[in-house]
Write a protein of this length. Sequence first.
Length: 434
Amino acid sequence: MNRSLILCDRVMYGALLALIFVLPYSLALIQICLATIILAWIVKCCLSAQGSHRFQGFNLAASGMGWSLLAIALLIVLTIPFSHYPALSIKKFFSRFVQQIFLMYVVTEIVHSRKRVYGVLTALLLTLFFVSLDVMVQYAWGTSLIYHTTMLFSRVTGPMNHPNDLGTLLATVLPVVLILGIIFRKWKSSPHGVAIAVLFLFLAFALGLTSSRGAWVAFAVSMISMGVYLKKYKLVVLTIVLLVVFFWAFGMHCLSTRVDVYNAPKTQGAVINPSFNNPFGLPPGYNAFKLLSNSDGRDFYWETAVDVIKRYPWFGCGYSAYMRTLSDLRVGHEEYPHNTILHITVELGLVGLALYGWFFSALFLELKMALHAISRERDLFLIGCGLSSGILAWMIHSLMDTAWASLQLSILWWLFIGIVLSLGFIPREMKEKG
């Protein structure tokens, strides 16, 4: 029996590593990996006596986070009969909401040792290496390596569907890569630190080439926040200086290639001639800050979402039914709200927004407690800070884009949450074994 349990545990771990590796590349393979994890977990539960698991996952029932998620689930179920498309709401409830929460939970059961933490992060670094390679090939030859997609206004997409999706991915993972570079740099006998540092530079360069301004902001805020939390104020100052250079260099690239940020139709961007008095080098009549902060049509999406919220203020138009609702209303376009708060409110109403506010608050407290539990384990604490900064970056960019609607990016977010929560169990596991 024990061998069977160990086999199930290893199958779950292997499927999780495979899920991380294929995450940027294939929705079908993601679903296969998730199905494998679910089946192995069910078999494991059937084989083991109640309470006899070698390791128990995060106790959702004993946390505010669990109760808030239960309340959200109950709201979704109760509003399905009133959804614009009940069948779609039911399907997405199980294939997105339940599935992703289960992933978060099962990660806390799978990643129960320091060895597995580093195994998961190694799989992440490996797939990020291929992402950076894909981006560089696309930038150099015009088409990506995997899917042969072309650039959009000289913006790289890599294996993702849109430059902004790639921007969210990179802004989320970059703090983790930086932390791993710092950890391995301190292990002088290991050559991996240099390789990780090089990977970080390539990924940062790829982030710049996305010209995803929201992802840049999310990356900057998360990096500065991580430095402040770690009380590394000299590092914060250095980070700000490097970010200024980053925004200047890639801001010029964005202004010279993204003709869609200009109000007047242009066949090509403005001629860039930077100088000390004009660092972005724009000709007279153009303001770099206004161009870079241009909403790029988002205000139209936001206004549409607000109009739908006014129609269904309390319980929304139905879980995952927003796009179909726009089709019924014939507003002239079908596009996500490009804002997490509006996305939640338009589908689940003000009641759903309140419940998600409860969840986000509970999530913050759980992450804080997990970091406190590993404060004496320096490497785990740094990894937890990097993952938490990635979660923050994801949430910031989701206020300006469609990360909430992306299966790949949503799974990445829940995966990071699960890993941080699992870190809090590792010191206890070490003491029990010791």
